[in-house]
Design a protein. Structure first.
Length: 359
């Protein structure tokens, strides 16, 4: 059940918001208390930490109960650290991030603590945090058809750009290969963009950061799409665009049917005359209109014939036509036809139907 809520699509209208709030409000009474406990200053704090070639992981505990978890990836220069420096870096990372719990100590040399070594098998929790997703990644690499083919290629071809590392993970130019259709991609994107260690970077910076560590087909497109759907970025981040200029109103016509607007009304049920679209043509001066029933798959030749018989025959050739960027209006045939008739075409801005306020 939990994965249904996790994968719930962002609400797009009031009804969907009310539906989601009703769902969460109903199940809230059945949710157990959180795993983490509130820290007590009088009790002793215990930190378990570990480090690997991928990242640092640590757990803050009191009397065997978890107070907080923390982990992060290694920085480029930290990958050159020897093992004992990595272990020390994990300790420093833990003490810095939880300094509000250990506020009486400032630097590592001032900590009154005993550092005990725990093997990876004994230090299960912190070790798992520093090596998280490797087990899942190895399993997915051996299931995904495309990556299986790449593994076979790198075994048989020494000059291949793909390699298998010491952890049995497939790499492309030293970057971890992530299966294309897997939830692991969503976890990577969420961690790099929305975690407490990130600052909601833009798509370009996020791509430059992730491409140093990971690779999958269509990576740049996925990152751009993920960032564009981030609700926090849309609400908080300021626009970095040139301010819009002053509104330019369309000139008021001097004579009827000199300047017209036109548009199509789609999505209508099929009529008795087998028509499912209405072609609306409005005179901007008198606001009189023609509603011409047409079919969706009418050719441009047919539309041009109806335009001449229904509009030009009755009202003459207009000077200007304002319309949206429908493929019929932007086609070469329609432009050449209006050019031959002496009519100028004016198109509204894309995704801005307010330009054509008549039809």
């Amino acid at each position: 059940m939990w994965y249904i809520v996790l994968d719930w699509k962002p609400p797009s209208n009031v009804t969907e918001v009310q539906s989601f709030l009703g769902l969460t409000g109903y199940y809230r009474r059945f949710v157990k208390a959180p795993v983490l406990v509130q820290p007590e200053s009088r009790k002793e704090f215990v930190i378990y930490s570990d480090a690997s070639l991928l990242g640092l992981g640590c757990v803050l505990m009191q009397e065997g109960r978890v107070v907080a978890y923390a982990s992060r990836q290694l920085k480029p220069h930290e990958r050159n650290y020897p093992t004992h420096d990595l272990k020390l870096a994990a300790i420093v990372f833990a003490l810095k991030i939880w300094r509000h719990y250990l506020h009486w100590l400032e630097l590592l040399k001032d900590y009154e603590l005993v550092i005990d070594y725990h093997s990876g098998k004994a230090n299960v929790v912190a070790d798992a945090l520093s090596r998280k997703s490797l087990f899942t990644l190895r399993a997915m690499n051996k299931v995904d058809d495309e990556l299986v083919a790449k593994r076979t290629e790198c075994v048989s071809n020494v000059e291949s750009e793909f390699q298998i590392d010491d952890d049995d993970c497939l790499r492309f130019r030293s970057r971890l290969c992530v299966p294309r259709n897997s939830k692991l991609i969503s976890l990577v994107l969420s961690e790099a963009h929305s975690s407490c260690m990130s600052i909601h970077p833009g798509s370009t910076k996020m791509y430059n950061d992730l491409k140093r560590q990971f690779w999958w087909p269509g990576m740049k497109r996925d990152i751009s799409e993920f960032v564009s759907k981030c609700l926090i970025c849309q609400q908080v981040k300021a626009e970095h665009q040139v301010p819009s200029g002053l509104l330019q109103p369309i000139m008021i016509p001097e004579w009827k049917w000199d300047r017209v607007t036109m548009d199509f009304v789609f999505g209508l049920p099929l009529s008795s005359s087998k028509k499912d679209v209405i072609w609306v043509v409005v005179d901007r001066l008198t606001k009189s209109a023609h509603f011409i029933p047409v079919l969706t798959d009418y050719s441009l030749d047919k539309l041009a014939e109806m335009y001449v018989s229904q509009i030009v025959r009755l009202h003459g050739v207009p000077i200007f036509i304002v319309s949206d960027r429908d493929p019929r209006f932007t086609s070469r045939f329609w432009k050449k036809l209006q050019e031959a008739l002496g009519t100028k075409l004016h198109f509204s801005t894309a995704f801005h139907p307010q330009t054509d306020g008549q039809s």
